[in-house]
Every structure is written in C-alpha cells, then in structure tokens.
Ligand binder design. Structure first.
Ligand code: PRP
Ligand code: URA
Length: 208
C-alpha cells in the first residue's frame, strides 16, 4: 500500500480552521473544498501523460497532456460529497459513482444503503473520496465493493486519517493507494478521530 501524507503548510493552515468547533458550516464547507483542490492535485500526480505537439502563438512545441480524461470519482455518502466539487473542477469529464454507507453507532460497522457505479471500472482509475478515515471500516467496504464491481486502479483520498484506519486498510487492501491531508493521533472509544474535526457529515450539512 502506498500512503502519501500531504503534510503541507497550506493544508495545516486550513485544517486549523476546519478543526475549530467555532467555524460555521458555510466556512467549513468552503475550506473542505479548498483542501479538496490540493488533494485532487496530489492524488492525480501519477496519471499517465503523453506528448503532443501544439502551436503556441510563437512557435511549435512538444508538450504533455493526460493520456486519458476517463476517470471515476466515488464520493462516500454523505461526507465524501464535500470533496466532489473540487475534484470535478479539475477533472470535469470524470464519471461519478455514488456509494451510501453509514457507520452503525454501536458496532461502528459500515451499513451500505445506496450504490450506483459507472460501467467499465476495470478500465478507469477510480478515486474514492471520503474526508474521514477513522476505523477504516467504511473505506475498506467501499474499496471491497468497487473491486467486486471490477475496479483495479484504486486511490482513496481522505482529509484526515487515524493510524488505526491506515493499519486496517493496509491489512485489507495492500494494493490500495492512499492520499491523505494529515494523520492524527488516535481514535476515541466512540471511533472518532482525535484531535480530528468532529463529525464531518454533520458539520458539512448542518445536521448536528
Ligand atoms: C463518516 C465518514 C466516513 C466514516 C469513517 O461517515 O464520512 O465515511 O464515518 O469512519 P470509519 O473509518 O470508522 O468507517 P458516517 O458513517 O458518519 O456517515 P455520514 O458521512 O453520512 O455522516
Ligand atoms: N467520522 C467522522 O465524521 N469523524 C470522525 O472523527 C470519525 C468518523
């Protein structure tokens, strides 16, 4: 499993605002989108490119472009929706699949409730979007479902991860690529990330 932790000054700065319980929902959403842009840039770093010749206003030159614009984004509902606009801004031709999962409050086991994936997953890079990687149960289930639907080139994109979640994914999906904004200290006894940012879905959508 490859893990890329951004550990970037801008990400830390924005995370300091995102983590703050006093940050209102509208600003929280905007900040998630801003960090989402950085995550989108970093998680697409290894996409294949090819040479093309273009005429600039001054001369003919050889330059690079993406070999394929045929990508798939899969936000895990609900909180993954917070990262989707940033990814679509940079990758407007991407297909979007949806996967609905919620964590059972007592067992912390993810419960699937909705699934709609685009076809031909085996031929397309797939980016799973979920800001929070806590126990890793939801991400592991999302990757399991996508693999069973044919996906082979999978990247999980998260804003915050707990060490416990990274270990779980390493055990369940050693072939997975992970891009994460920062790795926090630990989980509490209710499966929340410490210090974390609270419940991402509730803060994004005002349901707390
Ligand atoms: C949150 C989060 C992840 C999951 C992470 O979703 O968005 O999907 O918890 O926890 P895990 O790593 O322990 O599985 P939640 O179940 O709260 O649903 P929501 O996004 O609809 O609020
Ligand atoms: N889901 C969240 O939204 N936050 C956490 O800290 C853990 C799971």
């Amino acid at each position: 499993m490859t893990i890329h932790v951004l550990d970037h000054p801008l990400v830390h700065h924005k995370l300091s605002l995102i983590r703050d319980r006093k940050t209102p929902g509208s600003l929280f959403r905007a900040l998630i989108e801003e960090v989402g842009l950085i995550l989108a840039v970093e998680s697409t770093r290894d996409l294949p490119v090819e040479s093309v010749v273009v005429e600039t206003p001054l001369e003919r030159t050889t330059t690079l472009r993406l070999k394929s614009l045929d990508l798939v984004l899969v936000p895990v509902l609900r909180a993954g929706l917070g990262l989707l606009p940033s990814f679509l801004q940079l990758l407007p031709t991407a297909k979007v699949g949806h996967l609905g999962l919620y964590r059972d409050h007592d067992s912390l086991v993810p419960v699937p409730y909705y699934r709609n994936f685009p076809p031909m997953l085996e031929a397309r890079p797939v980016f799973v979007l979920d800001p929070m990687l806590a126990t890793g149960g939801s991400a592991s289930e999302a990757v399991r479902q996508l693999k069973s639907a044919g996906a082979v080139n999978l990247t999980l994109v998260a804003l915050l991860a707990a060490p416990e979640g990274l270990e779980r994914l390493h055990a369940d999906h050693p072939d997975l690529k992970i891009v994460v904004g920062a790795v926090d200290r630990q989980l509490n006894d209710k499966g929340y990330i410490l210090p974390g940012l609270g419940d991402a879905g509730d803060r994004l959508f005002g349901t707390a």
